[in-house]
Design a protein around this ligand. Structure first.
Ligand code: ACM
Length: 488
């Protein structure tokens, strides 16, 4: 089991000590939780579902039971404060398994680790003896899906949520609007979805989420310990908006919907008051629909907005977002517009200045385009994807660190990491899976695991063992020649 110190676990836990003996799951195995501990009970039900589907065992959930032989027990007893909301202890020793955590996310992640300790597809269903202590390095471990260039319907997004949550990713950033399309029904501006939703990049899919669907997605994500982070990209990347409402245009004339791949040519009119009515209504409705604390307002590549207009616009946006009670998130160009303390800045350009964001009182999320843009090709021969930022092989997506990738930052400045999947060339779930997997596993590990001791040479051997796991989940992934894949 244990040729590498961390077995096959991704992300690598903080500590793992392998013990003798195994715990065997069988027809009499039960999952038990203390009475009245909702977080444990809900996780136990999730675990029963996942392991039930895998093993065919009944795995009943018992409430109010003490840990006893033959049980997988979830409890908050003995879970130290240092675990935080997402950490857990997992001990599999002889006749029982105990997962200790303080909050839902901790139980959920303990269950994910337990799942990875079992074989991918076939029994015997035995857990190795192990004592694990685990908690994340960064609070923000994200994936962005561009549903604007090409739409992803709800069942596909749910599948991605499930796959990503298995690797302890806890933010799904949905890029809901761009030049090519608008993807969320806004009741006070319905043509955004009804008209703007018809657009897509050439070859891409159109569509939009109803408000009920968006709420359902947010709740689904939550049940997987994940927050949705909705993005409305402003003031550039707005052709779909301008095409839907002529009155938002400087000259009152709506452009055609745009199906190309250029950027930087559209802008809202910072001098028109109706622009701010639009932004107030959209951000207000979106804030209502979103249980998480973040609203992402884009701000990137506004090349048709003067700096003066940009500053004016961003100032107004700050006020609007503050009124919703949410935290403003934006791409790194917002640094030049003037930040407010508490902002979250998503660093993507090689020339970005994260230290300047920190000086202005913001925290940063790291999505350097040359490591974390997973729409970039793996190699020159990759059929899908683009190459303007870099070719990103699996090692390139893994072998970097969020604190040192740009100069001058300290650990506390960095809120976390996020992989981005832009979809100019990615028009199906299969295509999305191929670009995400396996690179996203590396980004997940960068976000979760301690820096100390992390190395590509060791990681690639653990990653190799996820080949059969990804196959078992029917994931269409890239068999990188850099990884000594194991076969099922
Ligand atoms: C971006 O890639 N325009 C954020």
């Amino acid at each position: 089991m244990n040729e590498t110190a961390f077995g096959n676990l991704i992300p690598r836990p903080v500590r793992a000590e392998w013990l003798s003996g195994v715990f065997s799951l069988g027809p009499d195995t039960k999952i038990s939780v203390p009475a009245g501990l909702d977080a444990a009970r809900e996780s136990a039900q999730y675990l029963a579902c996942v392991l039930g589907a895998l093993t065919g065992l009944p795995l009943p959930v018992l409430e109010g039971a003490a840990p006893r032989p033959g049980c997988i027990h979830l409890t908050d007893q003995g879970a130290p404060e240092g675990l935080g909301d997402e950490g857990y202890l997992l001990e599999a020793a002889g006749d029982r398994v105990v997962i200790r955590a303080r909050q839902y996310a901790g139980f959920f992640y303990g269950c994910q680790t337990l799942r990875q300790l079992l074989p991918p597809r076939r029994g015997p269903w035995q857990l190795p003896g192990v004592a694990i202590e685990d908690y994340p390095r960064f609070a923000w471990r994200g994936a962005m899906l561009d549903v604007a260039r090409s739409f992803f319907p709800v069942p596909e997004v749910k599948r991605l949520i499930d796959l990503l949550a298995g690797y302890k990713i806890n933010r799904l950033h949905l890029h809901l609007s761009d030049d090519q399309g608008w993807r969320i029904m806004i009741n006070s501006w319905p043509k955004l979805a009804l008209y703007g939703g018809r657009g897509a990049v050439e070859g891409g899919r159109s569509g939009y989420y109803t408000q009920a669907e968006f709420k359902d997605l947010a709740a689904y994500a939550r049940s997987r310990a994940m927050l949705l982070v909705p993005e409305i990209d402003l003031p550039g990347h707005t052709t779909a908006v301008l095409a839907s409402y002529p009155e938002l245009n400087r000259d009152g004339t709506a452009p055609e919907l745009y199906r190309g791949m250029k950027v930087g040519f559209s802008t809202l009119a910072a001098e028109k008051e109706i622009t701010y009515r639009f932004a107030t209504d959209v951000l207000g409705e979106l804030a209502q629909l979103t249980p998480g604390p973040y609203l992402h307002v884009g701000g990137d590549e506004a090349h048709s907005t003067t700096l003066e207009e940009y500053k004016l616009f961003l100032g107004r946006l700050h006020d609007l977002v503050a009124q919703t009670g949410k935290t403003l998130v934006g791409w790194d160009e917002i640094i030049q517009g003037g930040l407010r303390p508490g902002d979250v800045v998503q660093i993507w350009r090689k020339e970005a200045q994260p230290l300047e964001a920190v000086r202005q009182g913001a925290r940063v999320i790291m999505s350097p385009c040359h490591h974390a843009y997973l729409d970039m090709k793996y190699a020159a021969g990759t059929k899908l994807g683009q190459d303007w930022a870099a070719l990103i092989e699996v090692a390139d997506a893994y072998a970097w660190d969020p604190v040192s990738v740009y100069p001058g930052l300290s650990e506390g400045d960095v809120l976390g990491v996020e992989a981005a999947l832009w979809t100019e060339t990615i028009h199906s779930l299969k295509a999305a899976e191929y670009m995400l997997f396996p690179r996203i596993l590396g980004i997940a590990e960068i976000g979760w695991s301690p820096r100390q001791g992390r190395s590509w040479a060791e990681y690639r051997r653990r990653l190799a063992r996820h080949g059969p796991r990804l196959q078992a989940a029917d994931v269409h992934f890239y068999r990188s020649p850099q990884v000594p894949w194991e076969e099922d």
